[in-house]
Design a protein around this ligand. Structure first.
Ligand SMILES: [Zn+2]
Ligand SMILES: [Zn+2]
Length: 195
């Protein structure tokens, strides 16, 4: 199938191939995690389906860094190029560093995420929509632990999100609105009235 396209790292040791149809919506992210992780003003990224991806060469040279409880950065151990982010809590998906593709994925950046997190000396000079953090989510809490909740936002659609350390008094069954108030340190949850 010619749907497969290739990507690689700076030194050429790591080569991967991915089905372009398995690549989701392409966005740019200005959050501090993405900027540090890539040493760049922004990260061009897309979620992709793991069943459409495979390493072609250099897999032994990959290194991993767990930068949050549910995200692991996978990069070349020789040249340091960030390639993918594995989602520990959703292994069927991963985050693709779109700029490491050598072939055209047939998709373009559609949105700037976490625009509020960028420093003032980084400017956005196009007309694409900007989202200050991430879109707000509403849903029902289906699981709670000390630092995370699982939010069901639609039929079969669940997100495990880190909550702000000061969040209290929430329980399974609550309907909440989740928003990222500041930076990426955790979502604020506000409980919605019944009905
Ligand atoms: Zn490399
Ligand atoms: Zn980011």
């Amino acid at each position: 199938m010619s749907d497969f396209i290739k990507g690689s790292c700076l030194c050429g040791s790591i080569v991967y191939e991915i089905r372009s149809s398995s690549i989701g919506v392409v966005t740019t992210c200005y959050c501090s995690l993405c900027r540090k992780s890539h040493g760049a003003e922004r990260r061009l990224r897309a979620s992709a389906r793991a069943d459409g991806f495979r390493w072609i060469s250099g897999e032994d040279d990959l290194r991993r860094y767990r930068y949050s409880p549910e995200r692991e950065k996978v990069f070349c151990g020789t040249c340091g190029t960030p390639l993918i982010n594995e989602y520990i809590d959703q292994p069927e998906l991963f985050g693709l560093a779109v700029a490491t593709l050598d072939d055209d994925p047939g998709k373009r950046n559609v949105l700037h995420l976490f625009a509020a997190s960028k420093p003032d000396w980084i400017e956005i000079r196009d007309d694409l929509s900007q989202v200050p953090t991430v879109p707000e989510m509403e849903g029902e809490i289906v699981r709670v632990d000390s630092s995370h909740v699982v939010l069901e936002v639609g039929p079969g659609q669940k997100h495990r999100i880190r909550i702000h350390p000061q969040t209290t008094n929430i329980c399974v069954g609550d309907r909440v609105r989740a928003s990222l108030a500041h930076g990426e340190r955790g979502f604020d949850l506000s409980v919605l009235p019944d009905g």
